[in-house]
Write a protein that binds this ligand. Structure first.
Ligand SMILES: NC(=O)C1=CN([C@@H]2O[C@H](COP(=O)(O)OP(=O)(O)OC[C@H]3O[C@@H](n4cnc5c(N)ncnc54)[C@H](OP(=O)(O)O)[C@@H]3O)[C@@H](O)[C@H]2O)C=CC1
Ligand SMILES: O=C(O)CCC(=O)C(=O)O
Length: 443
């Protein structure tokens, strides 16, 4: 396999899908040598079968707004690969959603899910629907209409969606309720459910907590801890909030967080009380992060990203391609020692190269944000056995899974000079399991 040739061939097949090509290209570059040790993979044309999704389901979603007008959105589910388990991955509701973004996310999800050690294939879905400015009733009607189309294609042993950007506990509840109405089945067809109806303790916290556990493991390789470290966080949604919570608990000092309008910089650090304010602002009021700056009289940078601020660590927790080459250069110049991705593909390829050339600790999202889907896997297990685990049980298991992902990255990613290339490690470890399963199952 020649990674460049395969990437170019996919680019010419899918010229309007830059995010998908970006994700594929990065994985192929890093697995090429390992792949070429297995002539049987090439004979089975494994690479094309692994890069192109099994299927893409696309549908129209019609719903009625509060003024009685009929609205139309697009809905999608990309079922990428189910070699190691049922399709699994979140739903994103955001105006930017398109086939390229969902294909990149489903592709990444396949490797991430493989890394978790749990039996889950990769998928992703969503809609170009925006909940911004919508009433609760409108969001409910949209979720019901979306599930009315999606329910044909999901099931506890077939495909199990969850949340992502714009899809939290509220949306999961409405989606679950509609599935139940349509099928008369009370089944584990979604994860991230409320605790009263089959959800798992720690699932809401899991992506952020897992991100910090992974960061701790990375720092340990250099004899460092989080105690006293200053941290730049982006985003202020689910992943950012629980990354902040765990960072504070570990004695770190987060200085920033953001939303799509801008970021706040708090030189005193975001503490537990201030985090509670952020959670209330975002989860109950659906308001803007600017209000934090107004309440605590700190700097607010409209339209900016926090990467020009000075700190020890950065953890992007908002969206794809939010750290570009210039931001990476600034972070390195300012003495950053570690970057841990809470979001999916938040760092551009050029920026990754800058981090790696500077030999800083850098983890790709498919490794450091895998705690969310891993805990979704634990929710599926609890649903299947009709039992509920304690908070400590789930958190211990999450810690163990993040630790095993870190070990696998070290195993497959350590370079001859001792530098741990976490991108390479995560990609090879994730790939090998899926590849062997695909080979065993025939064409
Ligand atoms: N939830 C989960 O369990 C997991 C999520 N992830 C990834 O983590 C990231 C964040 O997801 P999550 O916290 O769940 O989502 P949320 O919807 O809870 O929060 C998203 C945050 O990112 C900001 N944001 C979204 N789009 C943009 C943009 N284009 N530019 C700047 N800021 C933006 C939002 O700001 P605003 O409110 O202004 O839109 C918000 O603060 C995503 O990349 C997601 O794929 C990865 C693994 C699991
Ligand atoms: O919990 C899940 O199934 C998916 C989480 C997710 O969307 C992700 O890992 O990017």
């Amino acid at each position: 396999m020649n990674a460049k040739e395969v990437t170019e061939s996919l680019r010419s097949k899918f010229p309007d899908q830059p995010e998908y090509i970006q994700a594929v290209s990065q994985v192929l570059e890093t697995i090429q040598d390992e792949y070429n040790k297995h002539p049987e993979f090439e004979k089975a044309n494994l690479i094309e079968r692994l890069c192109i999704p099994d299927r893409i389901i696309q549908f129209r979603v019609n719903w009625v707004d509060d003024k009685g007008r009929v609205q139309t959105n697009m809905g999608y589910r990309v079922q990428h690969n189910n070699a190691i388990g049922p399709y699994k991955g979140g739903l994103r509701f955001h105006p930017s959603v398109n086939v390229s973004i969902l294909k990149f996310l489903a592709f990444e999800q396949t490797f991430k899910n493989s890394l978790t050690t749990l039996p889950m294939g990769g998928a992703k879905g969503g809609s170009d629907f925006s909940s911004r400015g919508k009433s609760d009733a409108e969001i409910m009607r949209f979720c019901q209409a979306f599930m009315t189309e999606l329910y044909h294609y999901i099931g506890p042993d077939e495909d199990v969606p969850a949340g992502d950007i714009g899809v939290g506990g509220r949306e999961i509840g409405y989606l679950f309720g509609q599935y139940k109405k349509l099928t008369h089945q009370y089944a584990g067809i979604l994860t991230g459910k409320g605790l009263e109806y089959g959800g798992s303790l720690i699932r809401p916290e899991a992506t952020g907590y897992g991100n910090v556990y992974f960061l701790e493991d990375m720092l340990k390789t250099r004899g460092e801890t989080l105690e006293g470290k200053t941290v730049l966080v982006s985003g202020s949604g689910n992943v950012a909030q629980y990354t902040l919570e765990k960072l504070i608990a570990k004695g770190a000092k987060p200085l920033t967080c953001s939303d799509s309008d801008g970021y706040i910089y708090d030189p005193e650090g975001i503490d537990e009380k201030k985090l509670k304010f952020i959670m209330d602002l975002k989860n109950n009021g659906h308001k803007r992060i600017r209000e934090y700056a107004e309440k605590y009289s700190v700097k607010y940078v409209k339209g900016g990203k926090p990467w020009c601020e000075k700190a020890d660590i950065a953890t992007p927790c908002a969206t794809q391609n939010e750290i570009d080459e210039q931001s990476a250069g600034t972070l390195v110049k300012n003495g950053i020692i570690a970057v841990s991705e809470g979001a999916n593909m938040p760092t551009t390829p050029e920026a990754i190269r800058i981090f790696q050339d500077a030999h800083i600790l850098y983890s790709p999202g498919k490794a450091s944000n895998a705690g969310g889907v891993a805990t979704s896997g634990l929710e599926m297990t609890q649903n299947s056995e009709r039992l509920k685990w304690t908070r400590v049980q789930v958190d211990d298991k999450l810690r163990e899974i993040m630790n095993s992902i870190h070990k696998n990255c070290v195993k497959y990613g350590t370079e001859s000079d001792g530098y741990i290339n976490y991108v390479k490690g995560a990609n090879i470890a994730g790939f090998l399991k899926v590849a062997h399963a695909m080979m065993a199952q025939g064409i």
